[in-house]
Ligand binder design. Structure first.
Ligand code: GAL
Length: 337
């Protein structure tokens, strides 16, 4: 059994002499039952000694929405939001669909024909609820809204509260960030992806508080991922080329509502100018350590379910952060239960 579990994690094999507990970016990643992990555009929540990875569960087949002429609208039916849990970020247990799509309700935001993307979850200490935000959209991405759901448990089930335009503005690619003071923020592409918007959330994290800023104006950024290190805020993002890769960049700020200053591409090494043929989705701070892991999706636009995951460590020096390509690497976690 042990041998079976070891080969069913993020490290596919050790034929190449790599340690079994290495992360192999872009490899075939399986859960501990041996099934491919289906959690795209995702994010990770650390809660009481366990990591919870939430992602888009893609349907089996990919099709192109022919009525969209201006760009290649490749789609897979939305199966909803999946959840996997792990103590070591290597061995992932499938916890089920925490917010499944609703195939029998054609009018619902959660119908498989709709877009349910980039789910992110925060824990609210005051309400003791887990709060899930996601990009909800019409099949052609014309609606541009954010959806919110809540649960009493990290493994769901989540109750869907509905969707809306945060501060009355369109919202597409999105993420969440919880600051060390307990305040939480929603960060999304807005104005038809022209700019990003940062919204301070209400105390229960389920709505925008009304305090918000548009940032990185006219820079056309998507796929935001935010973290904080040594009192500085970092925002990693991609350009806007649909499922196709482009150059990453990051911005830094002294406060979430700005001013954000754009920096250069943090990626280095093989295929860095195309973000390693991938697109950012989240940055995880390793629990209890000054270590940060950048998470990307390597989209397969004509076969979306088989898109793979690229996780890489972030490195810092006095003036900048870098994300160097690595064929494999080891997390060496200090704390694992
Ligand atoms: C990307 C976005 C993805 C997905 C895709 C659809 O730009 O980051 O999450 O929405 O467009 O083409």
């Amino acid at each position: 059994m042990l041998a079976f579990v070891a080969c069913c994690t993020l490290s596919c094999s050790n034929k190449s002499g790599k340690a079994e507990n290495d992360i192999i970016p872009g490899g075939l990643w399986h859960d501990v039952d041996g099934n491919p992990i289906n959690a795209h555009g995702g994010g990770i929540l650390y809660h009481e000694g366990r990591y919870y990875w939430y992602g888009e569960c893609k349907g089996d087949s990919t099709y192109r929405l022919e009525r969209v002429k201006s760009w290649e609208c490749w789609r897979a039916d939305a199966q909803g939001v999946s959840c996997y849990s792990s103590a070591d970020l290597l061995h992932w247990k499938f916890e089920g669909m925490v917010l499944p799509s609703l195939p029998h309700d054609s009018l619902s935001d959660l119908h498989p024909s709709q877009i349910i993307e980039r789910p992110k979850v925060l824990y609210n200490e005051k309400t003791r609820k887990f709060v899930l935000w996601m990009h909800i959209d019409s099949p052609d991405y014309g609606k541009g809204v954010a959806g919110v759901a809540v649960s009493d448990s990290p493994t769901g089930p989540f109750t869907y509260l509905g969707s809306f335009k945060p501060n009355g503005l369109d919202s597409r690619d999105q993420t969440l960030f919880k600051d060390t003071d307990g305040r939480a923020y929603h960060i999304c592409s807005t104005d038809w992806n022209e700019s990003l918007m940062v919204s301070l959330l209400t105390d229960d994290y389920t709505r925008p508080s009304g305090e918000y800023r548009r940032i990185l104006l006219h820079q056309k950024r998507e796929a935001p991922a935010v973290f904080k290190r040594n009192k500085k805020y970092y925002l990693l993002s991609s350009g806007c080329t649909g499922w196709d890769p482009n150059k990453a960049s990051y911005a830094v700020a002294d406060s979430m509502l700005g001013v954000w200053t754009t920096q250069e591409d943090p990626c280095t090494g093989k295929d860095a100018d195309k973000t390693f043929y991938a697109q950012s989705t989240f940055v995880l701070r390793i629990a209890g350590e000054d270590k940060y892991m950048a998470m990307f999706d390597r989209w397969k636009k004509t076969d979306l379910i088989h898109s793979s995951y690229i996780w890489l460590p972030i490195e810092f020096d006095a003036s900048r952060m870098t994300i160097p390509w690595k064929d494999s690497w080891s997390l060496n976690l200090k704390n694992t239960k």
